[in-house]
Design a protein around this ligand. Sequence first.
Ligand SMILES: Nc1ncnc2c1ncn2[C@@H]1O[C@H](COP(=O)(O)OP(=O)(O)OP(=O)(O)O)[C@@H](O)[C@H]1O
Ligand SMILES: [Mg+2]
Length: 210
Amino acid sequence: MSFTIWFTGLSGSGKTTLSRLLFRELKCRSLKAELLDGDIIRTNFSQELGFTKKDRDINVRRIGFVSYLLAKNDVISVVAAIAPYRETREQNRKLIDSYVEVHCNCPLETAERRDVKGLYARARAGEIPNFTGISDPYEEPVAPEIVVNTDKESVSESLGKILCYLEEKGFVPMAHECQMIPFTEDDEFQWKNDLARLGFARAVGPGRSK
Ligand SMILES: Nc1ncnc2c1ncn2[C@@H]1O[C@H](COP(=O)(O)OP(=O)(O)OP(=O)(O)O)[C@@H](O)[C@H]1O
Ligand SMILES: [Mg+2]
């Protein structure tokens, strides 16, 4: 059964970490899925967009539309993108059947302390305008299907919570019901090489990408 699972939350809240692990798990369970990470989308699909509310909304709706197209073809979308505005997220929810929102809930202080990409320091130094949580809003979800408290839970606890939800709701079969196929680092390497060969960026460009 196809569905869209959207990880929303501050930068450094765990969206990429959890979405990648979930994506791998879905592939291992022989499910058709695509991973839409905000960084890759911004680098290869929404290059012309900036970080004003208008541009952020276009980006989020664009990802929503791609998810809708994938869903029509029975492909699961795993989206990792901040999507800071509630109304825009709700528009996607209306557009897409079986929309599962995961709030990567993490206090700003924790995300800032992690500063995985060094962007918070630059935002505090005034080098990056419109930075979510610092100089731009993040509107927390009101009724997300899943909340993971990534400041308190381990990565595997958060992932377990998400998988439990998806299994309970019948979105994914239990592991023992699936023909499990290993997902190897080689698969990911191959995918990145394919992107590069086709002229797309393999990963995030320099500096900020979302
Ligand atoms: N329960 C958890 N779930 C997810 N990540 C966690 C958890 N606990 C700790 N972390 C750590 O938090 C960091 C999250 O970084 P990650 O790149 O996934 O954030 P992000 O939300 O994708 O940020 P950005 O919006 O900038 O891309 C990682 O270093 C990860 O190991
Ligand atoms: Mg990320």
